[in-house]
Design a protein. Structure first.
Length: 78
């Protein structure tokens, strides 16, 4: 089950799947949920389309659902 929805600001931790590693720790805004799934061997993962701050295009990234300290609903208050 996806934990974040459209408009949520999150801190990205996409290296959970080894993709888009350069965005780790960046902040972005969730545009949509691409795949609402939990994958136990990855620690529980959903895929999101995210507009990354400072980038011109969206990226589809995976964010750990079980590690809220790495992907926070409101990145601005951390």
């Amino acid at each position: 089950m996806a934990k974040y929805g459209a408009g949520d600001r999150v801190v990205l931790h996409p290296n959970v799947t080894g993709q888009h590693v350069r965005y780790e720790g960046w902040i972005g805004v969730v545009q949509s949920i691409e795949a609402d799934t939990l994958d136990h061997h990855l620690g529980g993962v959903a895929r999101y389309r995210v507009q990354i701050d400072g980038e011109n295009s969206d990226a589809v990234v995976s964010v750990s659902e079980k590690e809220p300290e790495r992907a926070r609903r409101d990145a601005g208050t951390s």
